[in-house]
Write a protein that binds this ligand. Structure first.
Ligand code: KIV
Ligand code: NA
Length: 264
């Protein structure tokens, strides 16, 4: 089984082969997803939500994300590991973005970084790619800008479609190797996918993108409360784990566990 690196994703687009990306935040799940042959793992700043319990991705820092990225790299010998640059770590300009991305490369061993924004971060993308750091862009609904966007809303509707197309072209021209499109109308995502030479990765962007991404806790039924429309639950890991914990506690209470077979 081959290792996935950025040029393979370009190759897959050329061959019309769709691929998937999942988030991962630790060694154990990274191992499982690598064994499942998920070609790209994202150490998302969604760790702020699903690992640290915040309402938004805004509070998480590089100091918090880097150890998670390092663990995912250790757990996934085949996957391309992409790490999110957190809010506040790249907006000031290309030099700030470079300093942050270098940390994710040197301290975590990430293979690529992802940052949010289109035209407004084109300079950052150009500087990183110029330094040999592959960049995945992220346009449409960008969670770090939730306050500016006025909530969790579909982007690129109506007149905003032209700006989304301009953002997609800008990140491609700046050197991004792929672009995530989050919560955009399926037709528009398809149109952008056909227009771009780099792969598009959809989340709430319909089925015409070159790839898909989901937060693993969402797709495996491990998140609390209501999930977004774009989430499909492929398993009920939360229910399984809750059940295992309850059965363990019950057996301890009843003196059933540990049995002789677990004892020395
Ligand atoms: O942080 C994240 O999980 C993401 C994906 C949902 C694209 O950015
Ligand atoms: Na993210």
């Amino acid at each position: 089984r081959r290792v996935t690196r950025v040029h393979h994703l370009a190759q897959m687009k050329a061959e019309g082969e769709k691929w998937s990306m999942l988030t991962a935040y630790d060694y154990s799940t990274a191992r499982l997803f690598d064994e499942a042959e998920i070609p790209v793992l994202l150490v998302g700043d969604s760790a702020a939500n699903v690992v640290l319990g915040y309402d938004t991705t805004i509070p998480i820092s590089s100091d918090e994300l880097i150890p998670l990225a390092r663990a995912v790299v250790r757990g996934a010998p085949h996957a391309l590991v992409v790490a999110d640059l957190p809010f506040g770590s790249y907006e000031a300009g290309p030099q700030q973005a470079l300093a942050t991305a270098v940390r994710f490369f040197k301290e975590a061993g990430a293979h690529a970084v992802k940052l949010e924004g289109g035209e407004r971060v084109a300079d950052q993308i150009a500087t990183l790619t110029g330094a040999g750091i592959p960049v995945m862009a992220h346009i449409g609904f960008t969670p770090q800008s939730v306050n500016g966007l006025g909530g969790f809303r579909v982007q690129g509707r109506g007149d905003a479609a032209d700006q989304l197309i301009a953002d997609a072209i800008a990140v491609q021209e700046a050197g991004a190797f792929a672009v995530v499109m989050e919560m955009v109308p399926a037709d528009l995502a398809g149109q952008i996918t056909r227009k771009l030479t780099i792969p598009t990765v959809g989340i709430g962007a319909g089925h015409e993108t070159d790839a898909q991404v989901l937060v693993w806790q969402d797709m495996a039924g491990f998140t609390h409360g209501k999930t977004a429309r774009f989430v499909k639950r492929f398993a009920d890991v939360g229910g399984e784990l809750r059940g295992a914990a309850a059965r363990y506690a019950d057996e301890v209470r009843r003196g059933v566990f540990p049995g002789p077979e677990h004892s020395y």
